[in-house]
Design a protein around this ligand. Structure first.
Ligand code: SF4
Ligand code: SF4
Length: 98
């Protein structure tokens, strides 16, 4: 089992809801998200303090597809994420069908 699945299973077994899990990830990892450095991150996303799409799901801003820099991010590495382009495709959890 990879680290993402392990962590999600652990939190689910501890009774955390999806929104609580999102908040926990935001607290723990929000500062490590490099989305603001990505060519796709626009002014709308900046004004809404968006980011951590891998955990929180897709953007509400209209982001134009370009090269995703998620594979260079510590969060992706530490959690062994398998996907990218989370801001337009949805969260890792959704993309894995969990
Ligand atoms: S993997 Fe991508 S969306 Fe997730 S924290 Fe890193 S840069 Fe942000
Ligand atoms: S999820 Fe990937 S493509 Fe989207 S803003 Fe973050 S780094 Fe860029």
């Amino acid at each position: 089992m990879d680290k993402f699945k392990e962590k999600m299973d652990k939190m689910a077994s501890e009774g955390f809801s999806d929104s609580e899990i999102g908040e926990k990830f935001l607290d723990e990892m929000g500062d490590f998200c490099i989305c603001p450095d990505c060519p796709m991150f626009n002014q709308c996303a900046q004004e809404k303090y968006e980011g951590l799409y891998c955990m929180l799901g897709e953007s509400t801003c209209n982001l134009e597809e370009d090269d995703c820099i998620c594979p260079e991010c510590e969060v992706a590495e530490n959690l062994e994420l398998k996907n990218d382009l989370f801001c337009i495709k949805g969260s890792e959890k959704e993309l894995r069908g969990l």
